[in-house]
Design a protein around this ligand. Structure first.
Ligand SMILES: Cc1cc2nc3c(=O)[nH]c(=O)nc-3n(C[C@H](O)[C@H](O)[C@H](O)COP(=O)(O)OP(=O)(O)OC[C@H]3O[C@@H](n4cnc5c(N)ncnc54)[C@H](O)[C@@H]3O)c2cc1C
Length: 313
């Protein structure tokens, strides 16, 4: 890639949001260049089935879904580079050129940037946690709760997300164990009250997971009650880990306005960041919904926002 070449559209990220932005940008003749990063396909590559994306009546595997997204983006001549962006230098002037440094490579200049670098769930750091992702271990109740209809599940965490997840699952599952490491919640009072009212949520404070039970998929967990050191086995079909999510914004620190958790701030109802010509879409700017369909939707918005921006400079 020549250093001097100035392009119209660079997309950083190859999840649903990045590919959706690429399809719209390519069809608007912006000739997008998409950086796939170190996790081509994004978070859905870690899941078995995607059952809630519109248009797939019998569901689709996460890998096949992302392969389809890639093929569709390529069909409209998106250039896909399997590289990480290591540094960005944004111009604060409207119509200015932004520079992207490519890991172990050269740099690239673009008038428009779409950031779709997504987020990553925080892990507990216990054995089989990653191996059983999609096989009983989940990071998203909205995505996987349905697979555990009428069964017993556990949610780990004491913050807002964990309590939201527990509350959601209590409507689908038979029993929900809510495992909280500390002896109190971090979540808002409103959510605490909602959870405390649910008859099928059992709250276990001061507990820690010692082990995930199962050979080929999750069959249960072993927990320890820290106050009296007793060990308990819970037979559950699903373990929902809700101890937090990190947006992938390390390279944008001090380059863009971020919220206190690191999510990119966009102007309400749009994908505009505080820098002209730089747009953000998908999970990286969305601490609330974090779904493939909402990410793809905002990827489309980012391409349309960029197309309008370029027509105006
Ligand atoms: C296990 C699991 C199961 C899920 N199941 C479902 C489901 O069934 N249904 C559903 O709707 N949602 C599901 N989700 C949520 C869904 O995966 C996300 O909402 C969605 O993937 C977000 O898309 P995105 O494009 O914003 O980012 P991501 O999918 O997170 O993709 C981010 C991309 O950015 C790239 N990137 C990051 N940093 C850089 C960099 N510096 N340079 C270049 N590239 C970079 C990465 O390589 C990656 O390609 C699940 C999530 C997980 C973790």
């Amino acid at each position: 890639m020549s250093k001097e070449k100035i392009v119209n559209c660079v997309i950083i990220g190859s999840g649903p949001s990045g590919y959706s932005a690429a399809i719209y940008a390519a069809r608007a003749d912006l000739n997008p260049i998409l950086f796939a990063g170190s996790q081509p396909g994004g978070q859905l590559m870690f899941t078995t089935n995607v059952d809630n994306y519109l248009g797939f009546p019998i569901g689709i595997s996460g890998k096949n879904f992302m392969e389809n997204c890639k093929k569709q983006a390529k069909r409209f001549n998106t250039v896909i580079l399997y590289k990480n962006v290591s540094e960005v230098h944004f111009s604060s002037k409207k119509g200015g050129t932004h520079r992207i440094n490519i890991e172990n490579s050269s740099s690239l200049e673009s008038k428009g940037i779409i950031i779709a670098t997504g987020s990553r769930p925080k892990f507990l750091g216990i054995e089989k946690e990653k191996k059983f992702m999609g096989l009983g271990v989940s990071f998203c109740a909205t995505c996987d709760g349905f697979f555990h209809k009428g069964k017993d599940v556990a949610v780990v965490g004491g913050g807002d997300t964990a309590l939201e997840e527990a509350s959601y699952l209590s409507k689908i599952c038979k029993n929900v164990y809510l495992l909280v490491r500390k002896n109190s919640f971090k979540a808002s009072k409103l959510l605490q009250n909602r959870v405390l009212k649910k008859k099928n949520i059992t709250i276990l404070f001061s507990t820690k997971i010692l082990e995930i039970i199962g050979d080929n998929f999750l069959e249960g967990i072993k927990i320890i009650h820290n106050t009296n050191k007793t060990i308990q086995k819970l037979l559950i079909s699903g373990l929902f880990i809700a101890i937090g999510n990190c947006p992938n914004t390390e390279i944008f620190q001090k380059k863009l306005s971020l919220d206190e958790r690191g999510y990119i701030l966009v102007k309400r109802g749009s994908t505009h960041t505080n820098i002209p010509g730089v747009f953000a879409s998908g999970d990286v700017q969305d601490p609330i919904y974090r779904q493939a369909i909402t990410s793809a939707g905002s990827g489309c918005m980012a391409a349309l926002d960029l197309e309008r921006y370029l027509s105006d400079i």
